[in-house]
Design a protein around this ligand. Structure first.
Ligand SMILES: [Mg+2]
Length: 382
């Protein structure tokens, strides 16, 4: 079955209030959704979730000559062809464009056979994934964590048994808020924190020391990921697991951080590291280092559903917390492009189901994107 057209949908919205982390306040969230259509009319979706504008240009200019008219049931072959377009951009926007196309090609290839992506890739190891709340976020003004207790109450009511707030406003305040959150949530809820690359080595170690009593499952991205020596130093000095990997795009980048012992939990993002094809290579590498891998995901329903399919395929590891790894990250901020077809909140047992429906497990009519559409393009087979 041949590919007939490639469409790009640039969509976005402005969160209010802004979503604060240790590095920035997010005031605008933009995404590129790719829609691939085969000659029989079946479609596949892919996503770029981080700064999609350059990736959109790459996807529109460089990928159609390689993909249009090609057999969509062979996504692995097309992934290798697309890698040839990267040039010097092996870890950035071009790789994100390839990632989105690979995701869409897997959706399409699985739909062509009437099976889920997890089945296409060998079969799911599980039918559910423990969910963790990605949030709450830092507020503007003088009280960065003031709303956290009420927000954590809400998340516990929404069945979350694992919660990952943003910290990094100040090492001592990080300790105060997380000790209080441990008291509030009790011993059976997993607590992690995300520092979003915001600290120096010294501040990260000070923050981790202040948070020790909170018994954290992991501390995520305390430093910039390019600082491999710093990440190694924090990982070796801290008495907790350090997580990271969402910003890494190439297999070589993952090799470098794993060889240096930077992370005890690896979080590749399907939108960044090469879609399903790239993620599977990274996951095999992580297995060789016995580091549990689980998808980072913070975008629309497309990447969320892709992450669930990928999560179903990953090696089980006991990392602590209420259930074994891998976990599924759930954006708990108001995000209409995530909840377009329904809530992503966990069920009463704290898990999300792994759909066995064709492809990524959802059907999205592009007209549904209209309220958030910024720009749209389409390239057809000649
Ligand atoms: Mg993160």
């Amino acid at each position: 079955m041949k590919l007939r057209s490639i469409e790009g949908f640039l969509v976005g919205f402005s969160p209010s209030p802004a979503l604060g982390n240790a590095s920035t306040f997010i005031r605008r969230r933009d995404f590129l959704l790719l829609r691939l259509t085969a000659e029989d009319g079946s479609t596949g979706w892919g996503e770029v979730a981080n700064g999609p504008f350059a990736a959109s240009g790459h996807a529109r200019a460089k990928l159609p000559p390689l993909l249009l008219g090609q057999d969509v049931t062979q996504p692995g072959r097309l992934f290798h062809a697309m890698l040839g377009t990267l040039g010097y951009d092996r870890r950035g926007s071009a790789m994100m464009a390839v990632s989105a196309a690979d995701m869409a090609l897997h959706d399409l290839a699985a739909r062509a056979q009437g099976i889920s992506v997890a089945r296409l890739l060998g079969g799911a190891l599980r039918d559910r994934l423990p969910a963790y709340a990605s949030g709450p976020f830092i507020a503007e003004g003088g009280d960065p964590y003031g709303a956290y207790p009420a927000q954590v109450d809400d998340l516990l009511r929404r069945n979350f048994r694992a919660i990952k707030p943003r910290v990094g406003a100040h090492p001592r305040k990080d300790g105060t808020v997380m000790r209080a959150m441990r008291k509030q949530a009790g011993d059976d809820v997993a607590l992690m924190v995300d520092i979003n690359q915001g600290y120096t080595v010294g501040a990260a170690l000070e923050s981790i020391r202040h948070m020790e009593e909170a018994d954290l499952l992991w501390v995520e991205e305390p430093l910039q990921p390019e600082d491999i020596a710093g990440c190694r130093s924090v990982a070796h000095s801290a008495r907790c697991a350090i997580a990271g990997g969402e910003a890494l795009g190439s297999l070589a980048a993952f090799r470098d951080v794993l060889a240096a012992g930077c992370y005890a939990v690896l979080q590749p993002d399907l939108c960044v590291c090469g879609g399903f094809s790239g993620f599977r290579r990274v996951a095999a590498l992580a297995d060789a280092f016995d580091v549990p891998a689980m998808p980072h995901v913070f975008g629309t329903l497309v990447n969320a559903h892709a992450a669930i399919q990928m999560g179903a395929l990953l090696t089980t590891r006991r990392g602590g917390g209420p259930m074994p790894y891998p976990f599924m990250e759930v954006d708990v901020t108001p995000n209409p492009l995530l909840t377009l077809l329904g809530s992503m909140d966990p069920r009463a047992d704290g898990t999300v189901a792994v759909p066995d429906a064709p492809g990524l497990g959802f059907d999205l009519a592009p007209e549904r994107l209209a309220p958030w559409l910024v720009e749209q393009w389409r390239v057809e087979a000649g």
